[in-house]
Each structure stands twice: as structure tokens, then as C-alpha cells.
Design a protein around this ligand. Structure first.
Ligand SMILES: [Zn+2]
Length: 151
């Protein structure tokens, strides 16, 4: 398992000419990985500390997702568990927030989930995770309600 600290990775990035797009390929352990992901831009430009709980992302781990190698950022919680990081939309997308770097910040995945719930709660709605399965269940519930209402 290959890991590199943010400081090390960012110092490699800083040696490149075009730092704004982060559009290049790096090779670790003989594996080529692109650094042009939106997540990487957020971590590079906005840091690796969760904007909600303050946990720090301390290691990028080389991981394979289907056929693509990516560098995922992890922090470690007080129980020693790895916590995956993601990008968070400061103004949520469904409220018109953009995908630009100005509207993005680093956030750990547990906080990202909690923020989603809070946002829905504040809007007076119950939180509905966006998965195909849950959508199917919700649709089924609606259909059951419709059938019952029509009786
Ligand atoms: Zn967090």
C-alpha cells in the first residue's frame, strides 16, 4: 500500500510549471496517477483540514477505483480509524452552489453526511440519501400511498 503525506505530494506538485490546473501524471511504485481531480485541487488550494470537525487529512493513499488509480486523502480519528476525505460544496449544489473552487472546501466523509442531514433538517425535510435503492423505496412508498388514497 503506497502512501504519501500531503506536504510531500504538494512539494512534488510545486516543482511543476503549471500548478493551477494540476494537470499532470505522477508515478508512484511504478503506477501512474493523474493529479487533475477536483478533489486534489481542493486539497491543494484549500488545505487538508475538515472544515466542519477540524480533523486533518494526513496521508494520500494510492487506491484503484475500477480501472483508474487515484490518490485518496485520509485522516485518522481518535479510535485509530481511517477517515476518507472528500470535497464539500459550501453552498449546496441543489441550492444553486457552483462547482468552482471558491465554493468547495475539504471535508471528511462523516461530516459531509452530517452536513447533508442538517441541511435537509433546516429545510424542514427529512434526510433522504441519494442512492438508487432509496429512490426505489421512496417511489414504492409513494405508489402505496397513491393506491391507498384512491380506495
Ligand atoms: Zn469532519
Amino acid at each position: 500500500m503506497f502512501e504519501i503525506s500531503p506536504a510531500e505530494l504538494f512539494s512534488l506538485i510545486q516543482r511543476r510549471d503549471d500548478k493551477t490546473k494540476l494537470n499532470f501524471v505522477m508515478t508512484f511504485d511504478g503506477i501512474s496517477v493523474k493529479t487533475n481531480s477536483k478533489n486534489m485541487s481542493v486539497f491543494y488550494h484549500k488545505g487538508t483540514i475538515c472544515a466542519r470537525c477540524g480533523i486533518e487529512g494526513t496521508k494520500f493513499r494510492l487506491e484503484r477505483i475500477v480501472n483508474t488509480w487515484v490518490l485518496n486523502l485520509y485522516g485518522v480519528d481518535e479510535n485509530g480509524n481511517d477517515i476518507l476525505f472528500n470535497k464539500d460544496h459550501i453552498v449546496p449544489k441543489f441550492e444553486g452552489g457552483s462547482d468552482s473552487i471558491d465554493n468547495l472546501q475539504p471535508m471528511c466523509c462523516p461530516c459531509n453526511g452530517e452536513k447533508g442531514k442538517d441541511t435537509w433538517h433546516n429545510r424542514g425535510q427529512s434526510y433522504i440519501p441519494k442512492t438508487k435503492k432509496s429512490k426505489r423505496i421512496i417511489n414504492r412508498r409513494h405508489r402505496v400511498k397513491e393506491i391507498m388514497n384512491n380506495k
